[in-house]
Write a protein that binds this ligand. Structure first.
Ligand code: AKG
Length: 296
């Protein structure tokens, strides 16, 4: 673990996009410290706390819609891109904060370097998440995002922003830090009935292929961002004795031209050759962007 910490950790402003992209190509994941405004992250986190409390209250009293129960509550997920009314006190939409955290910061250079100048923001897998050490639903098991999204031949880049300190007292993310070229067998029959059973790479399979002594699970704080590509094997990092909760948001981009028609039509396309601009003709907007596709 220690050797990966050095290799895979960058500091904002002290590393070139080229170095980050090269690391992603080899290892499928890395961490950039200090790449997200901490005070805005705190505001975002506090607003999320209210929204999660509201979702829990409505789930408990039985007034949450079937759709929200199925797609959000049991996964600990909220979808700000489907809710224009989710705003910070100053009126900023949570969705805009998430998008700007990548497209209006130097992180956009990494997107361009890895994916090219025409990219799409994938709505179904751009969301917030809550993991609590004590939650009743199990945490996310080993998987590859490519398999979950059924985008085996498309490179998707996920920016995962922690909004609580995590990795010591609260769950974080654990990686087998190698960029693979293929998709491992998944969908463990023994866990089919369980949450995430369809995407799970079994522990047995992971052990047969990798040395799991060498996973990477950095401790994270507000201001950090994890970057991961879609074939890297990863899961929620939990350990006995953890007591805390972690909120985060994650936002995913793919090269527009590589997306199959269906995903392209339900994504938001950007031209990032220069200053990022949204390509208006393509994709849904605001609350209209409602998706029935599988969550995870
Ligand atoms: O947030 C987590 O605990 C796991 C996230 C994950 O596996 C993913 O975003 O693909």
């Amino acid at each position: 673990m220690v050797k990966f910490d050095t290799k895979l950790t960058f500091s904002a402003g002290q590393s070139s996009p080229g170095e980050v992209v090269a690391t992603l190509r080899t290892h499928g994941c890395c961490l950039i410290r200090g790449a997200h405004d901490r005070s805005r992250a705190t505001l975002f986190r506090d607003r999320l706390a209210e929204l999660y409390a509201e979702m829990d209250r409505r789930a408990a009293e039985g007034t949450l819609s079937e759709d929200d129960l199925k797609r959000c509550h049991r996964y600990g997920i909220l979808r700000p891109l489907e809710h224009d009314e989710y705003t910070l006190a100053d009126g900023t939409r949570l969705a805009d904060h998430m998008i700007d955290a990548v497209l209006r910061t130097p992180l956009v250079d990494v997107v361009r370097g890895l994916l090219g100048p025409r990219v799409s923001l994938l709505l179904p897998t751009t969301h917030t998440r809550r993991q609590q050490a004590t939650q009743s639903e199990r945490p996310v098991p080993f998987h590859q995002d490519s398999a979950v999204m059924r985008l085996h031949d498309v490179t998707v880049l996920n920016f995962w922003f922690p909004l609580d300190p995590c990795g010591r007292d609260a769950p974080s993310v654990e990686f087998v830090p190698w960029s693979l070229t293929g998709i491992l067998p998944h969908g463990d029959p023994s866990t089919q009935g369980k949450l995430y059973g369809n995407l799970e790479i079994s522990e047995e399979m992971a052990r047969a292929v990798f040395n799991l002594e060498n996973t990477w699970h950095p401790e994270l704080d507000l201001g950090d961002v994890l970057l991961l590509t879609s074939r890297v094997v990863h899961r929620t990092y939990t350990r006995p004795g953890m007591r805390g909760q972690r909120r985060n948001f994650e936002i995913r981009f793919a090269p527009t031209a590589d997306l199959p028609r269906e995903q392209r039509d339900s994504a938001i396309a950007y031209d990032i050759a220069g200053a990022p601009t949204r390509i208006q003709e393509s994709g849904p907007s605001g609350v209209a962007a409602r998706h029935a596709t599988a969550s995870y």
